[in-house]
Design a protein around this ligand. Structure first.
Ligand code: CP
Length: 324
């Protein structure tokens, strides 16, 4: 077990060893148990986390803020539009200065081709750890919470099948950070990972290659499919959510034209019945109800979405307690 993670940034789980990820899971389970029992766990007393948001959030903000308070510290909510970033604060200045005020810097910035570079720029200049609260490529804390949920619901993930599928949504063009992070993390834990999407919704080749290599090293499998129903058949985990056709187009009108061709890609009761009898349905939320997934599925007996959302709290507390 590799336990010394002090000072490490969490930008993608791919930068952590399997031993280190096992430690994070172990601590997340322990912190969940401690909270259930009402046991104090103020491991970050007097420490302060900056939470810098360039994009809206419900769960990420709530769980990081609550998590810091439960660990005995404090989290400062900062919206980019109320800072001087638009008037010239650079990533180096943000890293240098916030790294001196705060004990950790968490950032959400999902703009295509901008967000990840911004987070990396701040991390390069910060003396304190930087946490990716979602960029255009990765949502590592979501994937860690999802892994915790799969372990709780399914036991040892080795040999279990997860279907990471695209689904239709009309509300907005969602980042591809969740499917990227899922295929990278679940292949590290020996799962059979099926990535399912219409052809225009492909993910970056470098992440597909990394997922393939992870699967090879950890005795899992990684397969890309384009048939929604074949992808769900006999699976253990249905993780069906929308993302934008970002490698095909970044033009909003073209995005909508492409996306609207696949409005029948909804996770509904008929499709859930194709999965194993005890399969779970997962979604990071927010979901487009009755567009992306039916009420019957997301509120139904297979749904794990509330436990999944809860585990954001425990997984993030584990990362912060180990690194800050
Ligand atoms: N799943 C997730 O990241 O939710 P928010 O966008 O509400 O933070």
């Amino acid at each position: 077990m590799q336990t010394f993670l002090r000072g490490r940034d969490m930008i993608t789980t791919q930068e952590f060893t399997r031993d280190e990820l096992d430690t994070i899971m172990d601590v997340a389970m322990d912190l969940k148990r401690k909270r259930a029992l009402g046991l104090p766990h103020a491991y970050l007393r007097d420490k302060v986390l900056a939470m810098l948001f360039f994009f809206s959030s419900t769960r990420t903000r709530g769980s990081f803020e609550a998590g810091m308070a439960q660990l005995g510290g404090h989290a400062a909510f900062i919206e980019s539009r109320t800072t001087q970033i638009k008037h010239g604060d650079t990533t180096t200045e943000m890293g240098e200065i916030f790294g001196r005020y705060f004990d950790g810097i968490a950032i959400r910035h999902v703009d295509w081709g901008v967000g990840n570079a911004y987070i990396r720029g701040v991390a390069a200049a910060s003396r304190m750890p930087v946490f990716n609260m979602q960029c255009e490529y990765f949502h590592p804390h979501q994937a860690l919470a999802d892994l915790q949920t799969i372990i709780e619901k399914k036991g040892d993930p080795r040999g279990k099948t997860i279907t990471v599928s695209w689904a239709y949504a009309s509300s907005y063009s969602k980042p591809q950070s969740v499917p990227n992070s899922l295929i990278l993390l679940m292949t590290r834990f020996g799962m059979n990972v099926r990535l399912v999407h219409p052809p225009e919704f492909k993910l970056p080749t470098q992440f597909l290659d990394q997922a393939q290599e992870n699967a090879r090293k950890h005795s899992g499998s990684f397969e890309i499919m384009h048939d929604f129903e074949a992808g769900i058949t006999d699976t253990d985990v249905v993780y069906a959510k929308s993302w934008g056709p970002l490698l095909t187009t970044q033009d909003p009108a073209e995005d909508k034209r492409i996306t609207d061709q696949y409005s029948d890609w909804i996770a509904d009761e008929r499709r859930m019945a194709m999965a194993k009898d005890d399969a779970i349905y997962m979604h990071p939320l927010p979901a487009d109800r009755n567009v992306e997934v039916t009420d019957g599925v997301i509120d139904g007996p297979h749904s794990a979405v509330f436990d999944q959302a809860e585990n954001r709290l425990h997984a993030q507390k584990a990362v912060m307690a180990l690194t800050m």
